[in-house]
Design a protein around this ligand. Structure first.
Ligand SMILES: [Zn+2]
Length: 275
């Protein structure tokens, strides 16, 4: 409003995006560096921020060294599905702006010297949705696990099946479940870590099929969302419904592990299984 201030809005220096982070739970503001050093857990209220496969791999694998497998398997618009835009176009747009190639990445490495195959979902890729690529990558990862006698872990973070692949998505539930039974036959452990959120087709199949089903604190885990359930049963839902703590209390989970203890606890579990 004042005379003499001539900087146009476009030239104004804004605080760079992503430098600060605000906790959605308690509103605590800290720098991204501080949050990263704290494994993306709020230093004030221990809220576990949503992170992707790169962050989980860094937390888990020794010296942040791991081999990424099956990146060449890519989604296709075989149904010519169009909602707001065509599925093919949607895929092209995501591939153009991120180097994540689908909703799951498979990493093979060691956790405190013990080999582990980890499939970790990326929520930023169409909500971590379960499609044919996720199914195929997990299936092939399991083949390697069987060949090399390596335990398997899947870190779930997904809204459920990918509607753009319709029945092809749903087939993955049976396919992955079938592959997991091959692991069982070979007595190779499979661990399912459910993080916020783990829903739909994920919890309806391999999310709940772990030899150990574990979760991060406060994660929302379920099949249908609380709003849908409330509208269906026309009753208020109990407090903490569908949170990890509620599920642990009701026997759905083996234990809850804070992110900061994840590597240590996992190494202990893997050593126990091995011996
Ligand atoms: Zn917080």
């Amino acid at each position: 409003m004042k005379k003499g201030i001539t900087t146009s809005t476009a030239e104004k220096k804004e605080t760079p995006e992503g430098l600060w982070s605000k906790c959605p739970e308690c509103g605590y503001i800290c720098t991204m560096t501080e949050l990263r050093e704290n494994m993306f857990v709020c230093p004030k209220c221990t809220h576990h921020h949503r992170i992707g496969s790169a962050e989980y791999f860094e937390i888990l694998f020794d010296d942040n060294k791991y081999e990424v497998l099956f990146e060449n398997i890519r989604s296709k618009d075989f149904l010519h599905f169009t909602d707001l835009k065509s599925y093919g176009k949607r895929l092209d747009e995501i591939w153009a702006k991120t180097d994540i190639t689908d909703s799951i990445r498979i990493g093979k490495g060691t956790v405190k010297g013990l080999s582990l195959m980890v499939g970790c979902m990326d929520f930023e890729f169409i909500g971590g949705s379960l499609g044919s690529v996720m199914g195929e990558r997990i299936a092939r990862a399991i083949d390697v696990c069987i060949e090399e006698n390596i335990p398997m872990m899947i870190i779930c973070k997904s809204g459920g099946a990918r509607m753009m692949e319709s029945a092809f998505s749903l087939m993955q539930l049976a396919k992955v479940s079938g592959k997991l039974s091959q692991l069982t036959d070979k007595k190779i452990p499979y661990i399912s870590l459910q993080t916020d959120p783990s829903f739909g087709g994920i919890s309806a199949s391999f999310g709940m099929l772990g030899d150990l089903n574990i979760a991060e604190p406060g994660a929302l885990i379920g099949f249908a969302g609380p709003r849908v359930i409330k509208e269906t049963i026309k009753k208020d839902l109990p407090e903490g419904f569908q949170r990890s703590e509620f599920l642990l209390e009701h026997g759905f989970l083996d234990f809850i592990v804070p992110r900061k203890e994840l590597k240590e606890k996992l190494a202990t579990v893997l050593a126990l299984f091995k011996n």
